[in-house]
Design a protein around this ligand. Structure first.
Ligand SMILES: NC(=O)c1ccc[n+]([C@@H]2O[C@H](COP(=O)([O-])OP(=O)(O)OC[C@H]3O[C@@H](n4cnc5c(N)ncnc54)[C@H](O)[C@@H]3O)[C@@H](O)[C@H]2O)c1
Length: 301
């Protein structure tokens, strides 16, 4: 996958023809390992699967969108990658167990897992239907546990493996009118720590990434409104919206042995948005908009 124009501008080294994709990723040592990525048909999961394939990893791509995930796998296989597409609803335990069996049979024992599949169903707490509340928890939280158990079995048997959960900054800060999303992602962070505590002694690490605002199908409609992206960029320290590759690269690092002593941690990847809360407070004599567009630090109270 070639980087988008936004990322090319921010990260010119990603499109340097003198440095091949394989060279850039060889230090990770992920070649030849089997890693499962859930929600791999789109957005962040697609970028993680693509980066893993480029690193020489055997990648099992799971998604409930059967045709889309098959098309992605076909594209990656055409580049010489060893990949397998599995249509699977991660909230369905029988389907997850069947997928684990198929991956084991076709790609060998699973060494790593990226728990990425998730969804957002907006709604104020007073109004959100119980069906939607349960659906979000079933996919975002229970699905992560089901996948950890089904795919982690091989890791525990081998005494070696790594799991990365894609949580959200919404796990750390409540996002109003987002239904069960924030609670589900907060649950993922505790699931992450509990897995680290229970499985760390058995050689399996578990870590979480909390992405900020990333441009994917899940968030695309936010950016359709004129001026919206610029407004969001203006309140972000790095002054841009994130792209899926901004999450994929830290995910590969956390999976790899380069992060061998990183366990039970939460990595916020949000372009510094979390550092900006104090700047959002109205302050007398301080022109926030001018400061944001000039990138200047606050100097007046
Ligand atoms: N985009 C953002 O700004 C953002 C920010 C923070 C966290 N996240 C998290 O990142 C993860 C990926 O989101 P994205 O933005 O790439 O979204 P996306 O909608 O582009 O991709 C999500 C993928 O998950 C799949 N999926 C959903 N439910 C599934 C299920 N039950 N079983 C199997 N597959 C399922 C979808 O079919 C889709 O392919 C999610 O967990 C999301 O909560 C995204």
């Amino acid at each position: 996958m070639s980087p988008s124009p936004q990322v090319s501008a921010a990260r010119p080294e990603l499109s340097d023809p003198a440095v091949s994709a394989a060279q850039r990723r060889s230090w990770l040592g992920l070649a030849g390992r089997t890693v499962v990525v859930t929600g791999a048909a789109s957005g962040i999961g697609l970028a993680i699967a693509t980066e893993l394939a480029a690193a020489g990893t055997r990648v099992a791509l799971l998604d409930r969108q059967a045709e889309a995930v098959a098309a992605v796998a076909e594209g990656l296989a055409a580049t010489g990658a060893q990949v397998l597409a599995q249509a699977c609803d991660i909230a369905d335990e029988a389907a997850v167990l069947a997928a684990a069996e198929a991956v084991r049979r076709q790609l060998g024992p699973v060494w790593g897992l990226v728990n990425n599949a998730g969804l957002l169903r907006p709604g104020a707490l007073q109004d959100v239907s119980l069906a939607e509340w349960n659906q979000v928890l079933a996919i975002n939280l229970t699905g992560a546990l089901l996948c950890a158990r089904a795919f982690g079995a091989d890791m525990l048997a081998a005494g070696s493996g790594a799991i990365v959960h894609i949580a959200s900054i919404s796990a750390l800060h409540p996002q109003t009118r987002s239904g069960a999303y924030s609670p589900s992602k907060a649950g993922v962070l505790l699931l992450n720590r509990q897995l680290a505590a229970e499985w760390g002694p058995r050689g399996v690490r578990s870590n979480a990434i909390c992405p900020g605002m990333i441009r994917t199908a899940l968030s695309a409609r936010f950016y359709e409104q004129p001026g919206f992206e610029a407004a969001r960029a203006a309140v972000t320290a790095s002054r841009r919206i994130g792209e899926p590759i901004d999450i994929a690269e830290p995910a590969l690092f956390l999976l790899s042995d380069r992060a061998a002593y990183v366990n039970g941690s939460e990595l916020v990847v949000d372009g510094g948005l979390d550092c900006m809360w104090m700047d959002m407070l109205p302050r007398p004599g301080f022109n926030q908009t001018a400061s944001a567009s000039a990138g200047a630090a606050a100097t007046q109270d």
